[in-house]
Design a protein around this ligand. Structure first.
Ligand code: ADP
Ligand code: MG
Ligand code: MG
Length: 516
């Protein structure tokens, strides 16, 4: 076994019997406490629209987010490992996002068969040909992991994906951690379990950390009274996860925020003489200069209603505002890139070549990264048959974000039979990660009336990273990183029967960690 593997494995151990077993009356009382705490502390969502009477989610009503009643156990070595990996992944993706030729090489085959990636690539090429007005870029990234059981029954972490755009739930995850701490403090029966003590529930600074990332980018822009723009989807149900970041920015850093949709940009954004991004807001008499564009929209094809929305994205990318993410970084977040990073020599070229930037990385850093990869490969004529034969252990992924897009296990062979050969480049193949069985009590809104239900679950750990880096004005060559931090975590827990894991798409519950 390599030394890296030794370093990244936790000692063989058995996870505790979980969750604590409570009599039904106590479970019901806890569930009510959890629901009230969530509603009082903004751990909330807008309720789904109920067509046809209500075409959009109500703007005056909320429900609590789907939550778990108990935090989920994770070996503490694995939590430390995930945190240790984050600055390495941040540096890697900063360098990928700013390496035009490599990224274009990887994504151009995909773009031929994927209209969305093609549009992104077009925007990126236009901006690079014109000359990049703002070399500084902000990453508010999230690396997602599942615990994987090794053949000797010890545990390690395997990366599911690296999110470069609209990485959500930082704020609501911080609130969920506070909820579980509150339940520990407020109730004797909850904390009667030996593991449920405050010291085992790691604090989650994600909301403050994400705000700090934006504040750093705002400062780097250099115009203190400029405004940060949150680019959002119309009728967003998960608006409060964004609002908390907004309030933290205003309260901690005195930075002002405007929220705008693509449609708002189309009608009210323009470029100033020095390529400043100017935005006419209904709240202000004169146009605002935008320092940072934080995108919580633009990650999925349906966010772009037509040509004019793509023109608005291009306008943003051409501007002097700091983009979070730049279109280059959005492309870097593609699953195709994740797969390409596993190919021989690629990590070495990004992290060990001194011309890439002043930070230095070691062979041990690379081994740590490599040990966190779940095997992936390109889908093509040479891998088609092995994919069909081995389908029970595989997932097929297209270049999409937001959940609900993958093809799993037995669905793979019939899917491949219908997939035209030329469309294979749009997909990558990944080995399924096999998390150990856990149990928890999931509470969906309304469950406080019926009581939550205990069941077998899978927990996915996300680690948030902030990274402020500079691409150099030509978009090639060295990458300078000025902020590179791990800032907090997300745990999403889903019923074991569900393949997908999105909270927003209704599969998962927000959770937090109890370290064992
Ligand atoms: P998205 O960008 O849409 O979130 P993901 O790659 O995260 O796409 O896949 C969605 C979900 O599918 C994950 O949250 C996880 O639950 C499941 N999943 C993805 N890859 C794997 C894998 N290799 N092993 C097990 N489950 C996976
Ligand atoms: Mg994703
Ligand atoms: Mg995901």
């Amino acid at each position: 076994m390599s030394s890296a593997e030794t370093a990244t494995k936790s000692a063989p151990q058995v996870l505790p019997a979980w969750p604590p077993q409570l009599p039904p009356a106590q479970l019901a009382a806890l569930t009510n406490l959890a629901a009230d705490y969530s509603l009082s502390h903004g751990l909330v969502y807008r309720p789904p629209a109920s067509p046809p009477t209500q075409p959009y989610p109500s703007t005056s009503r909320v429900i609590h987010a789907p939550i778990t009643l108990f935090p989920s156990p994770l070996p503490r070595e694995l939590y430390a490992l995930a945190r240790r990996l984050q600055p390495l992944y941040n540096a890697l993706y900063a360098r990928v996002a700013t390496d035009g030729p490599w990224l274009e090489g990887v994504m151009s085959a995909v773009a031929k068969v994927d209209d969305f990636q093609e549009e992104l690539l077009k925007v990126w090429k236009t901006v690079r040909e014109e000359g990049i007005a703002q070399p500084i870029e902000l990453g508010l990234w999230r690396s997602d992991y599942l615990v994987h059981t090794l053949p000797d029954e010890s545990f390690t972490l395997r990366q599911v994906e690296f999110n470069c755009i609209s990485s959500s739930f930082g704020a609501l995850a911080s609130r969920t951690n506070e909820l579980h701490r509150y339940l520990e403090k407020a109730t004797g029966y909850y904390s009667a379990h030996p593991l449920l003590s405050e010291g085992n529930l790691p604090e989650n600074g994600a909301v403050g950390g994400l705000a700090r990332g934006i504040a750093e980018a705002h400062k780097a822009y250099g115009v203190p009274n400029a405004t940060v723009l949150f680019l959002v989807q119309p009728h967003e149900r998960n608006a409060f996860d964004q609002r908390w970041v907004e309030y933290a920015l205003l309260e901690t850093y005195g930075v002002h925020i405007e929220r705008a949709t693509f449609a708002d940009l189309v009608s009210s954004a323009s470029l100033g003489p020095g390529k400043q991004l100017l935005y006419r807001s209904p709240l202000h008499a004169s146009p605002l200069e935008i320092s940072v564009v934080y995108m919580r929209a633009g990650y999925t094809p349906t966010d772009y209603a037509g040509e004019s929305d793509w023109a608005a994205r291009l306008l943003v990318e051409r501007s002097r505002a700091v983009k979070c993410p730049s279109v280059g970084a959005q492309l870097a977040g593609a699953k195709k890139v994740q797969q390409a990073l596993m190919e021989p020599g690629v990590l070495e070229s990004f992290l060990l070549d001194p011309s890439r930037g002043p930070e230095t990385f070691t062979e041990a850093d690379l081994q740590l990264l490599r040990a966190s990869f779940a095997p992936m490969y390109a889908l093509d004529a040479t891998t088609l048959q092995q994919t069909i034969d081995n389908a029970a252990h595989l997932v097929l992924k297209p270049q999409r974000e937001g959940g609900g897009n993958n093809v799993y296990r037995a669905n793979i062979p019939p899917f491949l039979e219908k997939l035209p050969a030329k469309e294979r480049d749009a997909w990558v193949v990944m080995e399924l990660i096999e998390p150990p069985p856990l149990r928890n009590v999931l509470i969906k809104a309304g469950a406080s009336e019926e009581g939550g239900k205990e069941g077998e679950v899978i927990s996915e750990l996300g680690i948030f990273g902030i990274c402020l880096y500079s691409s150099g004005s030509t978009g090639g060559g060295a990458c300078e990183i000025s902020v590179n931090e791990e800032v907090g975590y997300l745990v999403r827990t889903k019923g074991r029967e569900s393949d997908e894991g999105g909270v927003a798409v209704g599969f998962s519950c927000l959770d937090s960690l109890v370290l064992v």
